[in-house]
Design a protein around this ligand. Structure first.
Ligand SMILES: [Zn+2]
Length: 182
């Protein structure tokens, strides 16, 4: 039986076989592995009859894998990325420096995390009378205002006004026994 282009036998033999098992991000060039991973999140597959790191194997195909004891890291900072162009093999000292670096703020993955976090804070959840009362009760119980506000998707300023009974006043004031503001 002959195998034509695009046909698929199941084993991993080429970089293309790896790429087909990834979600390729056209913008960043990341190959996000959709297969299995080991506990720490390292993409893993059975290749050439043994379970191994997909990233290391992909890098070895480009002949950029240094010999000897090396760590293979995703330089883009995405643990799921196995793109050989994004991988590098590092020896001990360089690996330690890289670990320090990813704890810092200059990897694309870290930048994405910051972006996602700020987007999550901007989510607007429409308050309902019940939610407004709950929000006010939590703030009156002494919970951190910023945390409470974020969990309802409102600004801290808005949350304060709800807690004071200035917004959703008739519900909040009734539930918490607050005086009508002057
Ligand atoms: Zn990448």
């Amino acid at each position: 039986m002959s195998v034509g282009a695009g046909q698929y036998l199941g084993g991993i033999r080429t970089l293309q076989c790896i790429e087909r098992r990834c979600r390729v991000d056209a913008e960043t060039g990341c190959w996000h592995w959709l297969g299995s991973t080991v506990a720490e999140g390292t993409p893993t597959a059975r290749i050439d009859g043994k379970c191994q790191s997909v990233r290391r194997w992909a890098l070895s195909r480009t002949r950029k894998l240094q010999t000897g004891r090396v760590f293979v890291v995703p330089k883009c900072g995405h643990q799921t990325c196995v793109a050989p162009d994004h991988a590098a093999s590092l020896r001990g000292g360089a690996y330690m420096r890289w670990l320090n670096e990813i704890g810092a703020t200059n990897t694309p993955a870290q930048k994405q995390r910051v972006k996602d976090a700020s987007r999550a804070r901007k989510v607007i959840v429409k308050l309902t009378p019940a939610k407004a009362v709950e929000l006010a009760q939590r703030i009156h119980a002494g919970e951190d205002r910023a945390t409470v506000a974020a969990s309802y998707g409102v600004s801290t300023v808005h949350a304060n006004k709800v807690a004071l009974g200035w917004h959703w006043g008739e519900y909040v004031r009734a539930a918490l026994g607050l005086a009508v503001p002057p």
